[in-house]
Ligand binder design. Structure first.
Ligand code: GAR
Length: 197
């Protein structure tokens, strides 16, 4: 059994999918902690409801505004909790330094597009879907990938395509991509990684 640490910044619907699929899809690991860089992320409530330990580490309030210090403190917490695999489930800060070295090839991110489209610095959350609609693509989707020093540039683990429909707004498209792709492939990719270690 691998120990999974989940990093979040917001609503945590991907975290919920991971929680719900423990024991069914995720058989080779279990979530041992959830860490958020925002104190009011609803995902923290989801974790507490599931009895999972949580911690808040904020760049400004706890790390003097330093991204390096944020990474250092997250890394220290992951090690303290004996985490083997880190999952970025809607975590919207950029990871680097010690954390990437320590957990090389053991960090999974979920991104709401088919990489290499609509990804990289500045592409997160609703913005990704706004850009996909602006471009006029007819198919989009989600990608679960390993995290390295290039934003959204690590090895692809799984992808799933989702159709864009006439009249979609970014919000409608975001929900469809979550339901039909993200919540399915993220637990599968996490299981695959845990089972391979
Ligand atoms: C998800 O759509 C996730 O793919 C995206 O943020 C959302 C978080 O929702 N992540 C990125 O854009 C990363 N570049 P959630 O908090 O409900 O899981």
């Amino acid at each position: 059994m691998k120990n999974i640490g989940v990093l979040i910044s917001g609503g945590g619907t991907n975290l919920q999918a991971l929680i719900d699929k423990q024991g069914s899809v995720i058989k080779s690991g279990r979530i041992v902690c959830v860490c958020s860089n925002s104190a009011d992320a609803y995902g923290l409530t989801r974790a507490k409801n599931a009895g999972i330990p949580t911690k808040v580490i904020r760049k400004n309030a706890d790390c003097g505004g330093s991204i390096n210090e944020l990474n250092r403190q997250i890394c220290a917490y992951m090690k303290e909790m004996n985490v083997d695999v880190i999952v970025l489930a809607g975590f919207l800060a950029i990871l680097g330094g010690e954390l990437l070295e320590e957990y090389a090839d053991r960090i999974v991110n979920i991104h709401p597009s088919l990489i290499p489209s609509f990804c990289g610095d500045g592409y997160y959350g609703l913005k990704v879907h706004e850009e996909a609609l602006k471009y006029g693509v007819k198919v989009t989707g989600a990608t679960a990938h390993l995290v390295n020093e290039i934003t959204d540039g690590g090895k692809i683990l799984m992808q799933k395509a989702v159709e864009v429909q006439e009249g979609d707004t970014p919000e409608i498209l975001q929900k469809r991509v979550m339901e039909q792709a993200e919540w399915i492939i993220l637990p599968e990719a996490v299981e695959k990684l845990c089972a391979s270690l």
